[in-house]
Design a protein around this ligand. Structure first.
Ligand SMILES: [Zn+2]
Length: 192
């Protein structure tokens, strides 16, 4: 889903006509989002017009969102920059991935890319065939195991197979004692 705002009544609305590079929101948001109604066009349900509808920067929607990139061709997700927190952090991690493919002759281009705003980096990712998604909670990801903030862990337990199951707000991750390098021993013992 995508979101926009009516600047007349200050409502957040689920956007029926997002631009193609708009950031997709996965899961719920911590505030109310209204549905548009159709009256010759998709309009604000309070103001009955689309005159005041504006796109929102992802950072305005959720300053500390988690991000991931969906590969439009394969439907998979890019490991690099997955679960970066905040748009600026995502843009930096994406550029490190994106620029590592460029050769030394492209230094000018690399400099230009790093000078872009995070919003402009979204366009670069879009042109490279990716769609940016954001979520209030971390995305389920093997690559995320070394980045999980302890306060997001709701529950951890050992399964019958000896795996460690880590339950976050909106996803569950299976790992092993060897791979559970994201939490110190004391923090782990609090969960068992
Ligand atoms: Zn309105």
């Amino acid at each position: 889903m995508h979101i926009c705002k009516c600047n007349n009544c200050d409502s957040f609305l689920w956007d029926k006509n997002p631009k193609s590079s708009a950031v997709e929101i996965v899961g719920n948001l911590p505030f109310q989002v209204a549905k548009m109604v159709y009256n010759q066009a998709h309009v604000c349900p309070n103001c009955n017009t689309d005159e005041y509808l504006t796109d929102l920067s992802p950072e305005v929607i959720l300053p500390k969102a988690y991000y991931r990139l969906a590969d439009n061709q394969t439907g998979g997700y890019l490991a690099s920059s997955c679960n970066a927190v905040g748009l600026a952090a995502w843009a930096k991690e994406f550029l490190e991935y994106h620029c590592s493919d460029l050769c030394d002759d492209d230094q000018d281009l690399v400099e230009k890319l790093y000078a872009l705003s995070p919003e402009e980096v979204i366009e670069v990712a879009h042109e490279a065939g990716f769609s940016l998604q954001m979520s209030q909670y971390p995305f389920e990801s093997d690559w995320f195991l070394d980045k999980i903030p302890v306060h997001l862990i709701q529950k951890m337990w050992i399964t019958a197979d000896g795996e460690i199951c880590v339950q976050l707000n909106n996803c569950t991750i299976f790992t092993t004692k060897e791979d559970i390098n994201f939490i110190d021993g004391n923090a782990i013992s609090n969960f068992f």
